[in-house]
Design a protein around this ligand. Structure first.
Ligand code: ADP
Ligand code: MG
Length: 748
């Protein structure tokens, strides 16, 4: 079994995506198939996914004739879901147009500091396989000529003989409706009688038969215009969202023997030297080797304050090089660099469909048949009763027009995708739609203390010797030796301090780390224990000499069974913690803090930030148990931690959020990744999630109300086909606009 991702080019309608997916799943040998409307991706699991491509393309085309399938590759492999270096090639549908690549100013042309580049005719010159979207051009022409004929038809009756009038309407109808009729015929052959094209054709041909000529043509015109705007809006939304997410460079400037070559980004290999100009994005993950600069990491971490970078510093792709011309060494190729990982994460996120979306897809499968049956009944029963056949047939036809569930099926995924994009521009990566949706049910936010509420960078305040055999310097050296074994924030801080004080330390012969407790090590024949009181108690060490302090954390050191010293460290509460916690409370949520630290310090920190409940002296496993208790008592919980030693807790929460850590382990275990360490990301993520769900609901309710209104008006003898077309594609269009609103609301 292998899994592969493809792109369905020209996938235009959400309902079609659902239909195609269902049919692909019916193919024998396909293990899994998942189509994500928002990214046009098809994820296929089968023994040899490539073997099915022809069959799948046939299926896709029976639903939407323009679809083409291609493999999903890096930026330069054919057309892409998104072009970073996009320019607005007016009129021409812009999605596949790129003006980048011909010079190295490429990042000024796309990305976030986006300016519409005038790339007029030369868009196609840069060797990309563009399809300049003939479908859209044709659509525009059809609409243009169709409306001209339609207007002639409407204004002609007074002067022209009757048959000429009909002729013009038929001509207009064919210009506008030819594709619809063609697709309807194809759909009919595939026994898809609930297909939108088929129903639209029946409705308009029916109108011809009851001699509502202008109506038949006008409705078709209106339908095409609606579809056109709907598709454009979808494309534009997809595009803006991807633009917020996809920061992959198209080309990089390679430095080789004093000359600079522009090469495709995916050809840059680790070890090569790249030139990055001020104002450009860092193209790949690497190390600064020449020049100094300031780097704006906000696109990657959401952190607003630029950081300075000097030779030796590592650079993360996607960050903006603000001030200097620099040279960097490539450490990771394109596909492993941060920009690709972020993109992948978001694409995966869009593929994990929220429950609402699954529900609405199921609902639409019954919605259409029900409305069609209602239409059939309406055409017959009231007609027999009243004798007014033409009115009731007309009403039935309006029902057929609204029977397409497009707006419904579209309304959820686009709202969620928009929210995922909004999150990503704040350094909040939702792993999938499900977790984005789940956040709104959360009752309690449970947070780890160290690194989440506090900065996690400890200051060494003092060293207290408890045994006259050891000086402070010797103690610090021993503390540092033990901590070489750990990458806990405490360990990092002690090692940094030792280095600053120029204290030398040895590597222990043997070490063992106990999560939530500390270190056990052997060094020059001595058995050392370095950690908290619990660790000492577990090893039966007499702690009577030890006096706990009320604030800060102690790291205790014991050698060969007795205490020799204490290192007092203090962590700072993050400046925004208080505000973030108060916002969480304002959102009606509870807060709790879990920590392995001792109680008095935990209480002090909780009091200074406003956290309501505190659990201290917990081992990592006990954190999970405590979390479960909170969950039983209050309902769903979100856990926010650094993902280092609390991966099980992350996984055990309804929503696990890893903070300030793009490490693979954290991404693996978490449902949400906060790229920055800023605690404000928590209320922000909640707000985005709530907005996504609210918007999706608004869309669904709006679409259903308008559709219901058309049905009711029809029965009340106010049936109107124009209104029905609005209820179909007009509503879909408005739902798209409503969805994309989320992106702009939260975008920086
Ligand atoms: P938190 O819940 O604050 O994130 P942890 O569970 O990571 O804390 O650790 C709990 C306690 O265990 C720390 O406060 C510290 O006393 C002790 N500890 C853990 N790792 C180490 C270490 N490497 N060195 C010293 N003490 C440690
Ligand atoms: Mg921790």
């Amino acid at each position: 079994m292998s899994k592969k991702t493809y792109i369905l080019e020209n996938l235009g309608c959400a309902n079609c995506a659902a239909k195609i997916e269902k049919k692909i799943l019916e193919l024998p040998g396909i293990e899994e198939a998942d189509i994500t409307f928002a990214t046009k991706q098809l994820r296929l699991t089968a023994d040899h996914p490539d073997h099915y491509i022809e069959q799948i393309e046939r299926i896709a085309r029976s639903v939407e004739p323009d679809i083409r399938i291609r493999e999903r590759k890096g930026r330069n492999a054919g057309t892409k879901i998104h072009e970073h270096n996009q320019c607005d090639c007016d009129g021409n549908h812009q999605e596949h147009c790129s003006c980048g690549g011909h010079d190295h100013e490429h990042s000024n042309c796309g990305g976030h500091d986006h300016e519409s580049h005038d790339c007029g005719g030369h868009c196609q010159e840069h060797g990309h396989i563009h399809d300049s979207h003939p479908a859209h051009k044709k659509e525009e022409l059809a609409i243009l000529f169709g409306s001209v004929f339609f207007l002639i038809g409407v204004f002609l009756p007074d002067y022209a003989p009757f048959p000429a009038n009909i002729g013009i309407f038929i001509a207009a109808y064919l210009i506008l409706g030819w594709n619809v009729l063609k697709n309807a015929a194809a759909g009919f052959r595939n026994r898809q009688i609930f297909d939108e094209n088929f129903l639209m054709s029946i409705a308009t041909i029916g109108a011809f038969f009851i001699q509502e000529y202008p109506e038949a043509v006008g409705v078709m015109l209106f339908f095409r215009i609606g579809e056109y705007f709907e598709h454009k809006a979808v494309e534009k939304s997809r595009h803006s969202i991807m633009e917020a997410i996809d920061m992959r460079p198209e080309t990089v400037s390679l430095v080789k023997e004093d000359s600079v070559f522009i090469i495709p980004a995916e050809q840059a290999m680790p070890g090569q030297i790249l030139l990055v100009r001020a104002g450009d994005r860092i193209p790949l993950d690497g190390t600064l080797i020449e020049g100094t600069t300031r780097v704006d990491t906000s696109a990657v971490t959401g952190e607003p304050v630029p950081v300075s970078a000097v030779p030796g510093d590592s650079l993360i792709s996607g960050c903006l090089n603000l001030s200097g011309l620099i040279k960097m060494r490539v450490d990771k190729p394109l596909e492993e660099s941060m920009v690709s990982r972020i993109l992948e994460c978001v694409e995966n996120a869009a593929a994990g469909k929220p429950k609402m979306e699954r529900f609405i897809t199921r609902f639409s499968r019954i919605y259409t048949p029900i409305v069609v049956i209602a239409a059939a009944i309406t055409a017959i029963i009231p007609s027999i009763l009243t004798g007014d056949w033409s009115y009731w047939i007309y009403t039935a036809l309006t029902f057929l027009v609204i029977s397409c569930p497009c707006a419904l099926v579209l309304s959820v995924p686009l709202a969620f995708f928009s929210a995922i994009g909004a999150g990503s521009s704040h350094g909040i990566l939702f792993k999938n739609g499900l977790s984005l949706e789940a956040i709104r049910n959360i009752k309690t936010i449970v947070m780890d203390k160290t690194g989440t509420i506090t900065k996690g960078t400890f200051e060494v305040v003092e060293i207290i010797p408890l045994d006259s055999d050891y000086t402070k310097t010797e103690l610090l050296s021993l503390f540092a030796s033990c901590e070489t074994a750990s990458n806990h924030p405490i360990a990092n801080s002690i090692l940094t301090y030792a280095r600053e004080e120029n204290i030398s330390y040895l590597s222990p012969e043997q070490t063992e780390e106990f999560a939530g407790l500390g270190i056990h090590a052997f060094l020059s024949g001595k058995e050392l224990l370095c950690g908290n009181r619990k660790l000492m108690e577990q090893h039966h060490i007499d702690c009577s000499a030890f006096v706990p302090s009320s604030y800060g954390t102690e790291v205790i050191l014991a050698a060969d069974g007795h205490l020799i010293g204490i290192l007092h460290i203090e962590d700072m509460v993050k400046p925004e913690s208080k505000e973030a916690i108060s916002q969480i409370h304002q959102m009606g949520l509870q807060t709790a803090m879990l920590t392995g630290d001792h109680e008095s310090n935990a209480r002090t920190i909780a009091a200074s930030t406003g956290i309501r409940t505190v659990y201290s002296r917990l081992l990592p496993e006990e954190k999970l148990i405590t979390l479960r208790k909170i969950r039983e008592k209050n309902g769903a919980v979100m856990f926010v931690g650094d993902g280092m030693n609390d991966a099980p807790v992350l996984a055990g929460a309804d929503v696990g959020a890893a903070m300030g850590n793009g490490a693979d382990a954290a991404i693996e275990a978490a449902d949400v990744v906060f790229m920055s360490k800023d605690l404000m990301a928590v209320p922000q993520a909640i707000a985005i999630s709530r907005e996504a769900v609210r918007t999706a609901k608004q869309n669904i309710i709006f679409a259903l109300i308008i559709k219901a209104l058309v049905l009711i008006l029809g029965f009340l003898k106010y049936a109107n086909m124009w209104f029905a077309v609005f209820a179909d594609s007009g509503v879909a269009f408005l739902c798209v606009l409503n969805s994309i609103r989320i992106l702009y609301k939260f975008k920086k």
